[in-house]
Structures are given as C-alpha cells and as structure tokens.
Design a protein around this ligand. Sequence first.
Ligand code: ADP
Length: 167
Amino acid sequence: MSLRRAIFPGSFDPLTMGHLDIIERSVDLFDEIIIAVLNNPDKHPMFSVKERCEMIKEVLPAIESRGCALIVDDFSGLTADFAKQQRATAIVRGIRAISDYEYELRMALMNRRLEPEIETVFLMAAEEYSYVSSNLIKQVFTLGGRVEGLVPELIEKRMREKLSESE
Ligand code: ADP
C-alpha cells in the first residue's frame, strides 16, 4: 500500500491550540503529515519562518501521533506546487465557521484545477477553539490580554519574549 502523505499548510504565526487540534484529528487519516509553514514576508509576521518552524517542532512531541510521522517544513509560492513536490495526495485545512468555508472552497477548487490529483480535506474545528485564530491571539496578547489555554505554554512564553524584545 502506498504512503498516505498530506500537507497541512498555513502561516502558523503562531501555532494555536486550534492548529494542534486539527493535527491531532489528522493523524489517524494519514501516515505522514507535513506541517508546511508559508514563507510570506509581505504579511509582516510576528515570528520569522525559522522561529515558527522551531516552535512547532518543540510543541509537536506533546501530540499523540499514533504512528503518523509529523514533519515540519517551510515553503514559498503555490501550496499546490509544494504538495506535488512533496508527493502528497492531500491538503488538510481546518474550518471554523461558514466564513472560513467561502475562502477555503475557492482555494480548494483552484488547487484542484492546478493539481487534479491532490484532494483538499476539510476538518471541523473543535468547538472550544472555533473562534481562535493566530491574528486574534496576537491582537489580544499585544494589548495585555490572557491567551492561556488557547496556545501551547511554550508559544505563550515565546510571545512574551518577543513582546519584551520590541519594547
Ligand atoms: P492561513 O494564513 O493560511 O489562514 P493559518 O495559520 O491561519 O493559515 O491556518 C492554517 C489552517 O489552520 C487553516 O486551514 C485554518 O483554517 C486552520 N485553523 C486555524 N485556526 C484554527 C482553529 N482554531 N481551529 C481549526 N482550524 C484552524
């Protein structure tokens, strides 16, 4: 049987419990998941791609991966190209609300047009994290709000360090 390899692409700036929840849900569906961190300098990220990849690598061992290999890599350019280059057969995306669906549907159809062999797989967010996004976490944290329980402890620590660096 051939290896079922998926990519889970995103900005992960930073990784949240919502992302981790999607990864946990994916491990039973695939043999290998590449968490693919998008290198998009135009977005003015809080963390560099290198920092984001390092943080994800530190957090992943806490996940019960049940035999699924979890790999972290970064990429630039088209998600469909990266997926093909990695010989992945699926792109995993999380859906939090109808508002995600509209954008995700367009992306999935475009990616299918670009690479018909690659299927986009949508997983529903856990209810308790369905309002969590990296952007909201950054906004709240930057204004002094508590984000514990919404991001892994290590990520919260790195955000605190990053904030004190910029002060
Ligand atoms: P992008 O910049 O591509 O939206 P993100 O890092 O924000 O990347 O998200 C990557 C993927 O994770 C997307 O499919 C997004 O819908 C999903 N995701 C983000 N936050 C959550 C959450 N709280 N619950 C479930 N899925 C999520």
